[in-house]
Design a protein around this ligand. Structure first.
Ligand code: ADP
Ligand code: 5RP
Length: 564
């Protein structure tokens, strides 16, 4: 494989010279910290990759903002980079995924400020923004029936509370002037095509829209957002398309110039980033590894997309209601299947926070740099050194972390929860930092286990984890998930699986494939064609159990308290 990772900074790696001419697809993934693009061929192989950091503002605690212009500019930079050196006329389709952040534009599609400072370039309330606490409490007090489809409790990270916050706090400068409220993935597909149709993925998962029943007028009236009903939902979407559907006449000449692609190529209705990751991994061909999920329905698999946050995506043939877990959402990720989405609001961000905030961080940085390693590679080898003959998990016998530093998304669904560390000593050397890092990773893995247990108690039958996202590049994180859940973890050979999911959308929109799960169906029937084989190239992860480890003790105690 020609492609190499360029995770440590912005950059591109181009395809090798012996590529057969064929059709290509471009996937663009807008994460919390950066924008990534990939050029993908018909077999689903990533031929070129580029990434670019994006700006974030935190004007006050729990307010997180971005700029749609900055994000679009980054999309243009990375897309131009990945198509360098190829005949762009071979590109057949473009797909976007992004975080589920709220983009606000005026009636002429110009950015509007989502802040008291009136800074209009900061026109995105990010998904992890927790400003709308009072609004979400009031929404949850209504006990409206739409809440049944978000695990019984609406999250402050969804769009309705954020919209209500804007109405109550920025009436003149933002709310009254607003013409369009977009989920970020839908903003990107509009920017590329001029089509304002929304993806069913965004509207169903974050905006209370039902694929069967449409908008529920009574919900919007009850929560004080009756304005949307009055104008027939024109500001939040009254035309919906399934992910992968082709939008309008494809790429506009203006967007084509921005992105360095030919005008008119197919552009797909988009997906939220976690859903693109789920689509990129859940259909993996695992034959020959002796995994429990081999020969079992795809519903025995849980895709876990681990970046700034972690999202746990499980699918089922019939709707399953899991308290504290979002969904069931019909066809929101894999067509024809119901989706439940568990999540942890901060995982990568929590690990970064713990490590970077420690007194020994400057020493760690210096030592990692001297060895040309990332701080995480250095910490992992340091743990190996200090564990001596015992399993690494035993280093945290006296130190425990509770990971809900930004509330608990699933399954406790309690945004007021806070983080905890027990077992601290006066020393703050590199050993302490490494052990705190390990305890944080373990705590996150126990959070995944709690989500798996809640999903299984409600009717899911899960046997295998499929990990992707930035954290899946950390062997300690992956191993710890296998140890603590007791499940095998499968990793994709294409580390950037979210981008494969985005490219699958573009491939579907191009008409080369009839639906986003088409490759899965063909593969299941054993037909190898020139399809986009997103079901292939998996290597087995780890299957290790650490039974009876003392690291389980605090987790078990907290779980007991929760159940009581
Ligand atoms: N090679 C790596 N080793 C360890 N952690 C990594 C690695 N690459 C990324 N990460 C972690 O993954 C997280 C970001 O993942 P990413 O998928 O890029 O996030 P997002 O999609 O939210 O922008 C960060 O917390 C980062 O520290
Ligand atoms: O809510 C989500 C998906 O439904 C994601 O957590 C959110 O979009 C952020 O993703 P990431 O951690 O990859 O940046």
């Amino acid at each position: 494989m020609m492609w190499e990772q360029t995770r440590e900074g912005a950059g591109t790696t181009m395809p090798g010279g012996d590529q057969e001419p064929g059709s290509y697809y471009v996937g663009v993934d807008v994460g919390t910290g950066s924008v990534r693009a990939a050029l993908v061929d018909q077999r689903g192989i990533i031929l070129a990759f580029a990434d670019q950091p994006i700006n974030r503002w935190e004007p006050q605690f729990n307010h997180h903002e971005q700029s749609s212009e900055d994000i679009w500019a980054a999309c243009c930079v990375v897309t131009k980079q990945v198509v360098q050196g190829i005949d762009v006329n071979q590109i057949r389709g473009l797909g976007f995924d992004a975080t589920c952040s709220l983009v606000v534009l005026d009636k002429q599609f110009r950015p509007l400020p989502v802040n008291h400072e009136g800074e209009s370039h900061r026109n995105i309330i990010m998904w992890l923004d927790h400003r709308a606490v009072s609004q979400v409490h009031r929404i949850n007090e209504t006990k409206h029936r739409v809440l049944q489809c978000v695990g019984g409790v609406m999250s402050v990270e969804m769009q309705a509370p954020k919209l209500l916050w804007l109405k109550e706090n920025l009436r003149e400068t933002c709310w009254d002037k607003a013409g369009h409220f977009f989920d970020l993935p839908d903003f990107l597909s509009w920017k590329a095509t001029g089509v304002t149709a929304r993806s069913l993925c965004s509207l169903v998962c974050k905006w209370t829209y039902s694929a069967e029943k449409g908008w529920d007028d009574s919900f919007w009236k009850m929560v004080g957002l009756e304005d949307f009903v009055a104008d027939n939902y024109s500001k939040i979407g009254n035309q919906m398309l399934p992910p992968g559907a082709s939008l309008g006449n494809g790429l506009t000449p203006e967007a084509a110039k921005d992105l360095g692609l030919p005008a008119g190529i197919a552009v797909a209705a988009s997906l939220i980033d976690a859903h693109a990751g789920g689509l990129g991994v859940i259909g993996a061909d695992v034959r020959g590894y002796g995994l429990a999920c081999e020969g079992q329905p795809v519903t025995s698999r849980l895709a876990v997309i681990c970046g700034t946050s972690s999202c746990h995506m499980g699918i089922s043939k019939d709707p399953i209601f899991v308290p504290g877990v979002w969904g069931p959402y019909f066809s929101a990720m894999v067509p024809g299947f119901w989706l439940n989405e568990g999540g942890q609001s901060v995982t990568g961000k929590l690990i970064d926070h713990m490590v970077q905030g420690h007194a020994a961080f400057p020493e760690l940085q210096a030592k990692a740099t001297a060895r040309c390693q990332s701080v995480y590679a250095y910490l992992n080898s340091h743990l190996d050194l200090i564990k001596k003959a015992r399993p690494v998990g035993f280093l945290t016998v006296d130190l425990h972390v509770w990971p809900d530093f930004h509330g608990n998304r699933s399954p406790l669904a309690d945004l007021t929860l806070k983080g905890m560390v027990t077992g601290l000593k006066l020393s703050q050397d590199l050993d302490d930092l490494a052990i705190l890092y390990l305890a944080t990773v373990q705590a996150i893995a126990f959070g995944t286990r709690l989500i798996v247990e809640a999903m299984e108690a409600a009717g899911h039958s899960l046997s295998t984890l499929f990990l992707c996202g930035g954290l899946s590049k950390n062997p300690l994180f992956v191993q710890t998930h296998a140890d603590i859940t007791g499940m095998p973890v499968v990793l994709s050979q294409e580390a950037e699986s979210v981008l494969v999911g985005a490219a699958v959308l573009g491939a579907c929109a191009s008409g080369d494939f009839t639906s986003v799960q088409n490759p899965l169906i063909r593969k299941t029937r054993g037909i190898r064609t020139s399809t986009l084989l997103w079901v292939c190239w998996f290597k087995l992860g780890w299957v290790t159990k650490l039974s009876g480890s003392s690291v389980e003790q605090p987790y078990l105690a907290i779980r007991r308290q929760w159940q009581e």
